[in-house]
Design a binder for this molecule. Sequence first.
Ligand SMILES: C[S@@+](CC[C@H](N)C(=O)[O-])C[C@H]1O[C@@H](n2cnc3c(N)ncnc32)[C@H](O)[C@@H]1O
Length: 441
Amino acid sequence: MRRQLPLLVEEATDISTEARSRFSDVRARIEFLMANDLDFRGADTGYATHHLHSFAARFPPQLPRYFIEALTDPEEIVLDPMVGSGTTVVEAALLGRKGIGIDLDPLAILISKAKTTPVAFEALLEAGKRVLTCTHRLLKDGLNIGDVLSPDPATEDFVQYWFLPRTQQELTALVQAIREESSPSIRRFLLVILSSIIVTKSGGVSLARDLAHSRPHRDMDKSVPSALELFQTRFRRARPDNSLPVGSSIIIHGDAQHLPLPTESVHLVVTSPPYANAIDYMRAHKFSLVWMGKSIQELSQWRSRHIGSEKIHPIEMENLPSLAQNVVRELSTQDSRKARVLARYFAEMTNVLREVWRVLRPGAAAIFVVGTSTIRGINVQTHLCLTEIATHVGFEMVRIAERRLDRDRRMMPARQGGNRSTIEQRMHHEYVISLIKPESR
Ligand SMILES: C[S@@+](CC[C@H](N)C(=O)[O-])C[C@H]1O[C@@H](n2cnc3c(N)ncnc32)[C@H](O)[C@@H]1O
């Protein structure tokens, strides 16, 4: 029977403990876990370092915690091959497991590293004071934004278009002051705070009106807050977490389709891939990454490698299982371009599932959290298509459960070329797919 009460951290722990004590068999444990409430509505999602930076479509920390606690032992390896803002690896570290997080997005890597590296509170306070003093001095003495930006016209044009001159000055001074800090973990922590004042639903200190839902629009009438004041406010609120064990997490800039990990080395995977045709992380993240010296061209190249991106590659349709083939065919009668984008999504997710299967130990579980999408009026049923692909790859499906989204609290992803109403239609719920790699094939 589904529980009615919201699951808070302690409750997630209680159920995980009950699953462990009642069932020694992994499959039975997963069945028990999946039959409970996975909504985690009303739960505190900002503890430890989870509050540091917003991130589209991240999951509540209770979700990975719940599965990690029930399905692994301390010191075992938990992998998130599309780690985003690092929720899974933070929870793995807090529970004494070894977390490995992989992502293609440089901002995801920066945030995940900052969230999983312990930083001494006193040292951070001192660094914050130094950075503010240095920023004021630089602003007084004059500075050159070319010292922090990539030296190419596209990046410069982007910054001129999206940021007011005074904001450009403040951000340049802050970045330069942060660069003077000698400790890499403190620099990273401060850069994440800086990024958190740019990448927000409202477009933060940029002139973008809406970075969360749609193609950003420049609003010259926007009342842009002072970057320096906002940085100070965010800094005061940010809490490093010293309880994180040193060296418990590994964060790698890489592609989930080619995992740089040995075969049968991982005890559990908990991950949430991008939505089919929905997420354009780079569109929002480049607003922050340009201030870290990345060029617009470099970021576009990364973007085209993202799963779900609109760049089309030739796909062997006959390699996809029937549900995926059918929905791609149905869509191609409405929009052949979108059908090819969807075919690419399924082909790339096949590669990810194959790699996850390879690195998992026999008998271990993989938990995939996916949203479904409506494209040109067609309900794509991504969860069913991915489950079918997973079983083709060799997984056993245990159960699919639906979870409702806490829409008021969640930053929704930007959709490629789409409007808000379609996204809102789609985002009321998502699915949790539980899979097991069988002991022997
Ligand atoms: C839904 S988000 C993950 C959010 C994460 N669960 C969290 O709580 O923050 C999906 C992530 O997949 C990443 N991604 C997309 N294509 C990828 C690829 N080929 N390899 C690795 N990561 C990829 C995106 O950059 C994004 O960070």
